[in-house]
Design a protein around this ligand. Structure first.
Ligand code: PLP
Length: 454
């Protein structure tokens, strides 16, 4: 591959050299304006991040106000301030199930790392230091730090660092009915099979060595917007309770309103997780922010045990990030945006099912709220994926960009399945007209890319 001279000239070590990055000169609402004047309808907001779209003046004002009040504090040095405190209260007073404390960090990966450490510390303080094994799911993604990758079952993302990964994490199957439910299985039988597999894994590890089970409530970045089958999380909660292990739900991508409820697990009929991670829609991407939400009982154990949370970061609980997120969360509540997520979610579902699902290469349409994806298949009747190396989802993403809309593509072999998907994850403020336009543009892109296969 000959390198575009752009990459030699730029002083940024860009992530991919295959495509020159699109140079954005303005971002407003759902519109990205490029330096050549083209306009892109942004219906993903990055990877499901920009939940209020781009350029929100009230958030900009909150950031400026915070900068001129308390711009930085070292929380590890024993400081706090009101935006941070207020944000934690706002998040947790709405949260049922006993989650009562927040640890603010800067990325989903940091939240995963902090969770691993918190779980280890918790079991130490509970006098069960042998509980150091984690169970997570194949083809999952919980972050790109070494801790995050250790917890992730996405083989190709882990491969290069395999010897840096802990072997304390084992992996069970995800709940992914479209590809994994057997032909002769009912939904209930499938959930029971997964429940038994998780139970067997506890037994194989010896149950009193298992610290926690780790899963995304709606599998986002690797499987693309796959909600679990009904009863799956109840089954998982039961197995964790049976053996006294913690349930950690990663809602970095699917949480904070994206599924139509503040937390995706609120639609799963469970009392809640013991620990939950959140990120993307927490602060809408204006300034990086993530959090670990912690059950009161874990807090109490640590407060009465070692008396301090181990570890920490320089920019933990950053006041300006918290002020930005506080404003985002106030707007979501004031403007009743979760209602719009639910209403527009139905619109998006119908559009995808009527306009996109019948197309020859579209095998499956799934999602919840404003978190939807399309999975492409070479032969949808036999669920045959495209050959490895056939970059169909990248080509569809590129064609969609030519049509003036961006979609979130996911392509590759994640250790279990070859997968090609395109996701649409619009801001909570999206209108029906914008969704209709986006789906029409995506449809034209899919039709174009499909031609050689028909
Ligand atoms: N967890 C999930 C479910 C994610 O989707 C991601 C990122 O896509 C992460 C964790 C890692 O978050 P970050 O990229 O902010 O480190």
């Amino acid at each position: 591959m000959s390198l575009d001279p752009f990459f030699q000239d730029s002083h940024i070590f860009h992530r991919s050299f295959s495509h020159k990055p699109l140079h954005v000169v303005a971002a407003d609402g759902l519109t990205l304006t490029l330096d050549d004047g083209r306009k892109i309808l942004d219906v993903t907001g990055g990877p499901a991040v920009a939940c209020l779209g781009h350029n929100q003046p009230e958030v900009a004002k909150a950031v400026l106000d915070q900068l001129s009040k308390v711009g930085y504090l070292f929380s590890g040095g024993g400081y706090s301030e009101s935006a941070t405190e207020e944000l934690a209260s706002l998040l947790l007073k709405d949260t049922p199930g006993g989650l009562s404390k927040a640890i603010f960090l800067n990325s989903g990966s940091e939240a995963t790392d902090a969770t691993i450490k918190l779980v280890v510390q918790y079991w130490n303080t509970r006098g069960q230091p042998q509980r150091r094994n984690f169970i997570a799911r194949k083809q999952s993604y919980h972050g790109n730090t070494l801790g995050g990758l250790s917890m992730s079952g996405h083989q190709s993302r882990r491969a290069m660092y395999a010897d840096f990964m802990t072997d304390r994490v084992s992996f069970v199957d995800p709940c992914y009915a479209y590809r994994c439910k057997l032909d002769n299985e009912t939904d209930e039988m499938y959930v029971q099979r997964l429940k038994q597999q998780l139970d067997d894994e506890f037994q194989a590890l010896s149950p009193d060595t298992v610290a926690a089970f780790f899963a995304e409530t709606i599998a986002g970045s690797t499987l693309a917007c796959v909600p679990a089958e009904k009863g799956y999380f109840q089954a998982v909660r039961e197995v964790c309770d049976k053996y006294g292990a913690l349930l950690v739900l990663d809602e970095v991508m699917c949480g904070m309103g994206r599924s139509g409820t503040m937390h995706a697990w609120q639609q799963e009929g469970i009392r809640g997780p013991d620990i939950q991670t959140i990120g993307k829609s927490l602060g809408g991407g204006f300034i990086p922010l993530s959090a670990v939400l912690v059950h009161q009982q874990i807090f109490d154990s640590i407060a009465n045990g070692s008396g301090a949370l181990a570890g920490g970061h320089t920019f933990q609980a950053h006041p300006v990030s918290c002020a930005a997120a506080l404003q985002v969360q106030k707007i979501i509540r004031r403007d009743n945006l979760l209602e719009n997520v639910r209403r527009m979610g139905v619109v998006l579902e119908n559009l995808l099912k009527t306009e996109i699902a019948p197309l020859p290469l579209v095998g499956n349409v799934r999602g919840r709220g404003l978190f939807w994806a399309v999975e492409f298949m070479l032969d949808k009747s036999t669920r045959t994926p495209f050959p490895l190396g056939d970059d169909v989802s990248t080509r569809i993403k590129d064609a969609a960009l030519e049509e003036g809309v961006n979609v979130l593509s996911n392509m590759g072999f994640a250790g279990m399945h070859k997968i090609d998907t395109a996701a649409i994850t619009p801001p909570f403020t999206v209108t029906e007209g914008e969704l209709v336009e986006a789906v029409q543009r995506l449809k034209r892109a899919i039709v174009r890319v499909s031609k050689p296969y028909l």
